[in-house]
Write a protein of this length. Structure first.
Length: 152
């Protein structure tokens, strides 16, 4: 068992992924850093590494108390992803270091924002519908927004 229910964890993961995607893609197309192999100008930061460390940090936050092996093993896998991106000449070391940082920070920001908002909304409605409330970011070609759903 983790810290949160699977439903809340999935919504938090979606929120984290949205934060990460906006940050990573904004930087990739703003900084325009050439890849080591010269194939394109979107090397910084590494999206693969950010995604791997996002998953690793989410596992750490959820399972650090109940299953330390599971909690820490994600970091080893994410480290292999980062090393493979450098080894395959797709990213510079700074790219994967930044990607790891953005992945971890996305989870931290998600936990700082999502759970307090969710708990406040549930408290305001004076109900026990916590597991029926979903708050998630949405993205379309025209822009982004927030999806709020309450099942009753």
């Amino acid at each position: 068992p983790g810290r949160s229910s699977w439903g809340r964890m999935l919504v938090s993961d979606a929120f984290s992924t949205g934060i990460m995607a906006i940050t990573i893609n904004s930087l990739k197309y703003t900084c325009r850093v050439m890849r080591p192999d010269g194939s394109s100008r979107n090397s910084f930061p590494s999206g693969h590494t950010a995604n791997a460390f996002l998953g690793a940090h989410m596992a750490y936050k959820e399972f650090k108390d109940s299953s330390p092996v599971l909690a820490y093993s994600g970091y080893a896998l994410a480290g292999f992803v980062a090393a493979s991106r450098v080894y395959n000449n797709r990213h510079w070391v700074a790219d994967v270091a930044a990607g790891a940082g953005f992945g971890i920070l996305s989870v931290e920001l998600s936990y700082l924002v999502y759970f307090p908002i969710r708990n406040l909304l549930v408290k305001k409605t004076k109900s026990k519908m916590a597991d029926n409330l979903i708050l998630a970011p949405t993205f379309t070609p025209q822009g982004g927004g927030v999806y709020l759903s309450l099942r009753f």
